[in-house]
Design a protein around this ligand. Sequence first.
Ligand SMILES: O=C(O)C(=O)C[C@]1(C(=O)O)C=C[C@@H](O)C=C1
Length: 284
Amino acid sequence: MIVGVLGPAGSYSDKAAKGWIEKQGISDSSSLLYYDDISDTFSAVIEGKTEIGIVPIENSIEGSVGITLDLLLDSDVTIIGEVVVPIEHCLLSRGKMDDIRVILSHPQALAQCRQFIRTHFRNVEIRTTGSTSHAAKLANEFEEMAAIASKESAKAYGLNILMPNIQDRKQNHTRFIAIRKTDNETGETNTEDACTHKTSVIAYIGNDKAGSLYELLGEFAKRGINLTRIESRPSKRSLGDYLFYIDLEGSTSDAIIKDALYHIESRVSMLKVLGSYNGYQLDS
Ligand SMILES: O=C(O)C(=O)C[C@]1(C(=O)O)C=C[C@@H](O)C=C1
């Protein structure tokens, strides 16, 4: 199986993909293709260059990965699994602390280390890169550059770990999802049957009247369906117009979930079922 992921090697996405492949028990028959950004990873899945893509969706410090939410709406993909990865950012460089003039990293990683940067590097230039491992690769070329990236990146690009665990909160996790091209023949969104524990949907209510969201959520509440996440995202049509990304416990093969979604469909302008799937948590 070919799995596409944000690279180069050493990114947290790489770690998530390797963890997911191992949990599936398909390590021997799988290979990874690295892409420069999350959009390219989605495109590779849609164009059939990779069967699966693994992309970040949410971080416990910084929140949602907007591009992933947007592409889930616009692309013909199904979520088939999730993997939660502990994120331990390190300050990496070829040089020493005093040599550092530039800090490089992915914007999500920089945001997760905001206080650290403010405390230790007030007058240092900050540059963003496509991934944390891309930052580490660049830092290998110049002594005055440091990267915020994983310990795997330190090893891959021959950098010293100047400071480990520099994120603003010790507990730091990113949730990644595994996506594959939607099978339009079957319209199948359920990938795990009996053991599936979560379903993700996007709803666009499309009318601005009192109680619409309350009524939508009521369809879950009155059936005792537990929601694990709800997030609003601009619809990009006009200011104050939102889509709702909702995760709930259960699978679209459960009669009760089917029934709730059926009733919700008649209350909203658009309902997209992203998939029913299973998840794993990796150790650090
Ligand atoms: O740059 C990486 O290493 C990634 O895999 C991307 C990413 C993200 O977009 O959230 C993944 C995990 C961390 O939260 C920081 C960056």
